[in-house]
Design a protein. Sequence first.
Length: 423
Amino acid sequence: MEAWYDGRESGVCHLHIPDSIPTQIMKPILRLLIVASLLAPLQSASAQATDPQPEREQALKEARYLKSIFKTDEAIVRLSAFVTPDSFDEEILSELADCHFQNGDYESAAGTYFLLTSKFPQNILYKVKQMQTFYRMKAFAQSAEAGKAVLQLDTIPAIAALVGDSFNQADMPDSALTYYRLALSLKPLNESVVSKAARILLSRRDYDGAIQMADEYLALDPDNFTVAPIKGLAHYSKNEYIPAIEVFELQEKVGNDTYPVHYYLGQSYWHTKALSKAREELLAAWQIDSSDVNLAYSIAAVNSDSHLPFNRDVKPWLDKAMEMLQPDPAMLSRIHQQYGLGEYIKMNWNEAIRHYREAYRYNPNFISALSTIAYCYEQQKDYKLALEWYEKYLKVARPGSRGHDFATQSVKYLKGELFMEEK
């Protein structure tokens, strides 16, 4: 793809843009070129009258000040006046890109950094900022490629880690792991990178790989609160409960009072039949987070295995677990609707009524249930209840709708039948 603009009498300013550039970045590039084209005649005339250099320097100074006090919109306006098609002002464009980034306009920042990196392909700073901008845009594939371009110029550990993050976010774990390993080879003592890489290994059930990676880090920082629990989890996932207990017990001794430590230590104790210790740890985990249904069930199971009284120590925890497992009301309503429809088709009116009442109870917006219940009562010749439910429906139904008209006619018919019965 090629972009150009005719902003001066002496010729055309021409720029080659690769087809691989995302559309969201192309737009600000073209917008910048158009602005430059429109401003060119005015700036050319101004330049003939006065020396533009002092004014440019003053604009840069003002823009930097405005940026420092977060008046980035004003800084952008000030700088944009000096974007011209007859020159490539690196300093102006660099400040403009920084302003767009600070302002959260990542598309414009990426477009401007593209122009800068195209003109100065060996400039590491522009490539790094372009990578950061892509990452903020969630354009993770482009962020990874930009980071790889940086690494070709300089093997910066933080950039290798960010390339790994970009691939991880792009759901490319193999590539992420490659760059996480590169980052660790350059800077071994990086708990964040070890944590992310080890979790990829855990997700692939490469427990030995996760343990090895954790051990390499723990050789330098043996009590680390982030990496040591990952090693414990890897042992637990391999059903190696004794090594897991050793890891988590040590973490407790050095002050790691977090949910995963208590939870997996409790689970490991349970698997090794140390029931009293298991109950103590699981209850400690519950004090930190009482939203985990598996934890509630585990406490109930440990208490049951300990032969504690059912009503006092087991049932309450099972009840908590059941409360957490209650399905979504909308789903329950749909389930009862299906039950009701099946019974309705079979003319099992009582069962149809029961399920449609439940469907309405779980979803009061399902008002057609009211007329269906009324119709079922009508088929049973229970005209009083049929009339009652039709009238409930008419209170909420839309006048003029087919359902409203049907219910209105049914009410007239039922009132006539009830009148005849009273004679």
